[in-house]
Design a protein around this ligand. Structure first.
Ligand code: ATP
Ligand code: MG
Length: 339
């Protein structure tokens, strides 16, 4: 059995089979159509994933681009394709994967059951399905606390105590809401439309510049041009998220609120952490994992590993077998225990 952490987000899929190296690719699926000509035998694929799917969409007409999560709801078929692609890229598709994965806190029971069933049946896997932000808490080894996960499509909040779920919320208030307003501001100011990826580059890299030819002229947008507009939009966006999070935390014991964690790609955008900290200064200190985009996947791996150990309880008492190799392994273990 092979534990795998699999975080399928609205924007990016993050996956790991060792809890350290995380593979990241866009959560995009395109189902291929039958073409007039096939240039290489077997060249026609049925399904394109990630970067390759983005290329296909940009260069072909009439193909539908599917994202597994939209506004916090699950597009089931594309979810399965992304999972299959992730497991085969990690080379664990054939080794009885135990998948730790997550869904938005307010996903429906039916969505959860269907997802678990289809991953288990179609990928011959065992599945541990968690509310999304729990991944980051497990990654940080926190068993009691609050986690706010600002993703691209949703912001999810959970409150857990001794690894038990107490309550949570899903808001349709991810980075996409901030970017919608930001895009309009840039369009009004510079007259050009930017993609979400361009906006991320512009915000996270101070040297970044975007140029376009418009009406026979060069138009450029730089980090410095837009950062003030961004800051005022960001502040009101953080205000809305933190008000909802505070509502959820109302009445909780301070021992639970001792650890408040901010995660997801939204927390890595400029000024977001500082603004949260300012708004929560009367509640407590906010923690952020080192790599907030990959933290859920790493934590799902940790929990999948525990689950895989539970599923294989006989493993430790088993190794009294004939093979020489296994006897040696056992010998090595003994001195460790004495230490
Ligand atoms: N260095 C970075 N590289 C890429 N994206 C970044 C970076 N810093 C911040 N971001 C933001 O993080 C967003 C992706 O965050 P994340 O991967 O947590 O979302 P998601 O898991 O796909 O969405 P959701 O959890 O809502 O389903 C990007 O859209 C971008 O706005
Ligand atoms: Mg996410």
């Amino acid at each position: 059995m092979k534990p795998v952490g699999l975080d399928i987000g609205t924007n990016y899929t993050k996956t790991t089979a060792d809890g350290k190296d995380v593979l990241l690719f866009p959560s995009v699926v395109v189902f291929g159509e039958e073409k007039d000509w096939s240039l290489l035998k077997k060249s026609q694929k049925d399904v394109y994933i990630g970067e390759e799917a983005l290329d296909i969409v940009q260069n072909m007409e009439n193909v539908e681009m599917l994202r597994p999560l939209h506004e916090g709801r699950l597009m089931h078929k594309s979810y399965l394709e992304l999972a299959r692609y992730a497991l085969s890229s990690l080379n664990v598709l054939e080794s009885q994967p135990v998948i730790g994965t997550g869904l938005p806190v307010k996903s429906s029971r039916q969505e959860r059951e269907e997802l678990t069933r289809s991953l288990e049946n179609e990928l011959n896997a065992r599945v541990l399905l968690l509310p999304q932000p729990v991944g980051t808490l497990a990654h940080l080894g926190i068993e009691t606390g609050v986690c706010i996960d600002i993703g691209f499509g949703t912001t999810d909040v959970v409150v857990i105590s001794h690894m038990e779920y107490l309550k949570g919320d899903t808001m349709l208030m991810g980075v996409d809401r901030l970017y919608d307003n930001f895009e309009v501001t840039i369009r009004n100011k510079a007259g050009i439309s930017l993609t979400p990826e361009e906006m991320t580059n512009l915000l996270t890299n101070e040297q970044y510049e975007i140029g376009r030819i418009r009406g026979g002229k060069r138009i450029s947008v730089t980090h410095d041009n837009i950062i003030d507009d961004y800051n005022s939009l960001m502040v009101s966006w953080v205000e809305r998220i933190s008000n909802r999070a505070k509502m959820l935390m109302e009445g909780l014991s301070t021992t639970i609120v001792d650890k408040i964690v901010l995660t997801g790609g939204g927390s890595a955008l400029p000024g977001v952490y500082e603004e949260f900290q300012r708004r929560f200064e009367d509640v407590g200190k906010i923690l952020v994992p080192e790599d907030p985009i990959r933290a859920n996947a790493k934590g799902y791996y940790v929990l999948a590993k525990l689950y895989a150990d539970e599923l294989e309880p006989k493993k430790e008492s088993k190794p009294v077998e004939k093979s020489e190799g296994k006897k040696e392994e056992k010998k090595e273990e003994k001195p460790k225990k004495k230490k």
